[in-house]
Design a protein around this ligand. Structure first.
Ligand SMILES: [Mg+2]
Length: 171
């Protein structure tokens, strides 16, 4: 029997790991502020709130971790080390001029293309019905599109959903 390859967990930064829509004075428990200077900030310093415990939780999941974020490779410099994650591959995202289906996230086409049929779970705060429809139509393998609230970030139930989904794949 052919066994499916180990699934990929595609990770967004702003929303799931950095609860950027939380009110500044009411950040979720466990998060601490960090400064970062990603390329997209054009030399400016930005503040991100990260929960250092997330790294261990993510590494314990039966997935290969991959960044799917506008931070792209900058996540390996500014986010991964805080969480204790090794350098991870990242999905190269298209510029605004690249074609994408109407109403899908700018990431959706790039993720489906990158995955090339491999099972994946995608964790993001910006997943909508158009993204689900596009993945269902274009991605031949199993896929879980899991939306995380950007005011809350990843919580226990999110990790449980991911682990349960992977278990159903035989992981
Ligand atoms: Mg996001």
């Amino acid at each position: 029997m052919n066994q499916l390859p180990r699934p990929v967990l595609l990770l967004d930064v702003d929303g799931p790991l950095n609860p950027c829509h939380a009110r500044p004075e009411v950040r979720p428990a466990g998060y601490r502020p960090h400064r970062a200077e990603p390329v997209w900030a054009c030399g400016a310093s930005v503040e991100v709130w990260l929960d250092e415990a997330h790294g261990e939780r993510l590494r314990a999941l039966p997935f290969d971790l991959v960044w799917a974020t506008t931070w792209q490779d900058c996540a390996n410099r500014w986010i991964g080390p805080v969480l204790g994650l090794p350098p991870l591959p990242f999905v190269a995202l298209p510029g605004p001029a690249v074609w994408r289906p109407d109403d899908t996230s700018p990431k959706t086409w790039a993720i489906v293309s990158w995955a090339a049929g491999r099972p994946f779970a995608w964790v993001d705060d910006d997943i909508g019905e158009a993204d689900r429809a596009y993945v269902a139509a274009q991605h031949p393998g199993p896929a879980l599109l899991h939306r995380v609230h950007p005011g809350r970030g990843l919580v226990e139930t999110d990790f449980e959903v991911l682990a349960t989904w992977a278990r159903r794949l035989g992981r």
